[in-house]
Design a protein around this ligand. Structure first.
Ligand code: ZN
Length: 305
C-alpha cells in the first residue's frame, strides 16, 4: 500500500470514541426515550467499536436529555471489549458516574471564558480548579481519566483562540496524568493549518499521553482534519453515529463527524475492517428510522451493500 501515514503499529494506537449517545443525543430537541438510548448503545457495542461515551452526569435541568444516564448505565448489555465512559463537569457528577459504573470518566474545560461561563457557570480558571478536584476523585477510584479542552480551535463568541494558550492549558491538564488528552473543536472551526499549529504546541509536551481529536463537520472539514491529524501521527478521534451532534451552548455548532464516514476513511487506509463500517452504518440506519428523519452522515445514506 502507498505509505500515506507515518510510523508502524498504527492499528494499536487507533482509537475511535463513539460520542453519539452523549454529544449526539444531547443536541436532540425532542426527548429520546431511555429504551432507544439503551438499544442504540447495545447495537454499537456489537459493531467492533471499543469505546462508547454512553452518557453524561451533569445538571438535569441544564441538560434534560442526559437526566436518565444512570438508568442507561444500569441497563445496557456490556461487552467486555468495550469501554463505556461518561462525561462529567465536576466532582459531584464524577461521583454519580462512578456510582453508576462508568468504565472511564471524561471531564475538562473550555479554553473560552464565554463558553465556559455559558456551559458551567465558571471561568476557565475556575473550571481548571474543579478539573483538578475531579481528577483527584477519579484517580482515587483507579478509574481511567480522560481530559478535554473545548473550543480549542476557536469560539463562536470569542473568535480565534491562541495555539499558545491551548498549549499552556494542555500542560496544566497533562500534570493530572490523564490516560488521554482530547482537543475538541466544539464550534467546528478547525482546519488543517490551525490543527498543525495546535499540534506543534501540544505534541511536544504530550510526550506519551495519546491525543484524541473531536471534530465537528460544521464547515465540511471534519475528515480533512482527521487525515491531517493522521499524517502527524495522531490516531484518536471522536465521532458520532450518523453525524448527530452539536452543542446546546454554541450557536451553529452542527454535527460531529459521522462514525461510519470516519471508519470508511480509516478502512481505506487499512486501519479498520470493512465489517465494522457496515455494522456502524446499520446502527445509524436503525437510529434514523427511530428518529424518523435522515441523518447527515454520508455512508449510512448509501444503498446497503
Ligand atoms: Zn462535540
Amino acid at each position: 500500500m502507498t505509505n500515506l501515514l507515518p510510523g508502524k503499529g498504527l492499528k494499536n494506537k487507533l482509537l475511535v470514541r463513539e460520542v453519539g449517545p452523549r454529544d449526539g443525543f444531547q443536541a436532540e430537541k425532542t426527548p429520546i426515550p431511555t429504551e432507544l438510548k439503551i438499544a442504540v448503545i447495545n447495537r454499537l457495542g456489537a459493531t467492533g467499536l471499543s469505546h462508547i461515551q454512553a452518557g453524561a452526569f451533569v445538571h438535569p435541568e441544564k441538560v434534560p436529555q442526559m437526566a436518565d444516564s444512570a438508568t442507561v448505565f444500569a441497563n445496557i448489555k456490556r461487552q467486555p471489549s468495550v469501554t463505556y465512559s461518561a462525561l462529567v463537569l465536576n466532582q459531584k457528577g464524577a461521583q454519580r458516574a462512578l456510582d453508576a459504573g462508568a468504565d472511564a470518566i471524561e471531564t475538562g474545560l473550555s479554553i473560552s471564558n464565554t463558553h465556559s461561563l455559558n456551559n458551567t457557570g465558571r471561568t476557565s480558571a475556575e473550571a481548571l480548579e474543579e478539573v483538578r478536584r475531579t481528577a483527584r476523585l477519579v484517580r482515587q477510584s483507579q478509574t481511567p481519566l480522560w481530559l478535554n479542552i473545548q473550543c480549542a480551535f476557536g469560539c463562536a463568541h470569542e473568535g480565534a483562540v491562541e495555539a499558545r494558550a491551548v498549549g499552556e492549558m494542555a500542560k496544566a491538564l497533562l500534570e493530572l496524568m490523564p490516560d488521554w488528552l482530547c482537543l475538541a473543536d466544539t464550534t467546528g472551526m478547525a482546519d488543517p493549518v490551525l490543527l498543525n499549529r495546535l499540534l506543534d504546541e501540544v505534541l511536544p509536551i504530550a510526550d506519551s499521553t495519546p491525543l484524541l481529536l473531536h471534530f465537528h463537520d460544521t464547515r465540511g472539514l471534519g475528515l480533512v482534519n482527521v487525515f491531517a491529524a493522521l499524517q502527524r501521527g495522531v490516531f484518536g478521534f471522536d465521532s458520532s453515529i450518523g453525524g448527530l451532534g452539536g452543542c446546546p451552548f454554541v450557536p451553529g455548532a452542527t454535527g460531529n463527524i459521522a462514525s461510519e464516514d470516519l471508519l470508511n476513511l480509516l478502512q481505506a487506509l487499512g486501519l479498520v475492517q470493512k465489517s465494522t463500517v457496515f455494522a456502524v452504518a446499520d446502527v445509524s440506519r436503525f437510529l434514523a428510522k427511530a428518529l424518523n428523519r435522515p441523518l447527515p452522515g454520508k455512508v449510512c445514506n448509501l444503498p446497503e451493500e
